[in-house]
Design a protein around this ligand. Structure first.
Ligand code: HEC
Length: 208
């Protein structure tokens, strides 16, 4: 429990999935017991609300109920419904400022009990992805994104896919571990554009 608590303090994005994954793996009665314990033990503070811990939307709930993975048909259905949530940039312009994007990718703060209400969130991309040659501290839950733009190019299809993946990762991988940055309001449209530039711009450290 102590270890789990530590995790929960640090993980801003995966509270609900952690709770339910831990709980559901052990069986339905334990699931309820674990959830009750969470509700009793944790107190909302600042932007770290109880809702995020104990309320799951339908997509999360389906993934939690199937920790071994969704059947292909169900996965496809979930991806379709998540795809329909994606809002593409209103002005059709995908690229922002990669320098700002790099700061957002490095920033792991946001929506934690120690953050001020209304403070700007980071994307914490390095926690899961290699992105540049210069930053050697990175996680590997996600694939390396080093040279992403160089390898993929910046065709309209790639821009659209990449934006969509950032906006709502579950539209492409039903039970993705990657936060749904746009869908859940973690990053703003302007921040997503800066991240797009980080991934795509030839001058950004991702493509050097
Ligand atoms: C908690 C871990 C996690 C975080 C944080 C995270 N990602 Fe991901 N990301 C993943 C995983 C896992 C995948 C592999 C596909 C999947 O399962 O969704 C992925 C896939 C991707 C892809 C698709 C790669 C491809 O080859 O198609 C892109 C682009 C991406 N992430 C960008 C980002 C950016 C940019 C950020 C920060 C704003 C970020 N990710 C934050 C876990 C994460």
């Amino acid at each position: 429990m102590k270890k789990l608590r530590l995790h929960l303090c640090f993980s801003t994005y995966m509270l609900a999935s952690l709770v339910s994954a831990t709980a559901l793996a052990a069986g339905p009665d334990y699931a309820k017991a674990a959830l009750d314990m969470m509700k009793a033990d944790f107190k909302a503070k600042g932007p770290a609300t109880m809702e995020r811990m104990v309320q799951q939307d339908e997509a999360q709930a389906q993934c939690s109920a199937n920790p071994q993975g969704l059947k292909p048909k169900l996965a496809q259905k979930l991806e379709q419904s998540q795809l329909s949530t994606i809002k593409y940039p209103a002005d059709g312009q995908y690229m922002g400022d990669w320098k700002n994007g790099e700061k957002i990718a490095q920033n792991g703060r946001g929506m934690q009990s120690s953050d001020a209400m209304g403070s700007v969130n980071g994307g914490n991309c390095y926690a899961c992805h290699q992105m540049s040659k210069t930053e050697i501290s990175f996680g590997n839950i996600g694939p390396s994104l080093y040279q992403y733009g160089k390898l993929r190019g910046s065709s309209p299809e790639i821009l659209k896919y990449t934006w969509g993946k950032l906006y709502n990762s579950q539209a492409f991988t039903a039970c993705s571990k990657m936060p749904r940055f746009g869908h859940n309001g973690v990053l703003s449209e302007a921040q997503l554009k800066d991240i797009m530039a980080l991934l795509m711009d030839g001058e950004s450290p991702v493509n050097k």
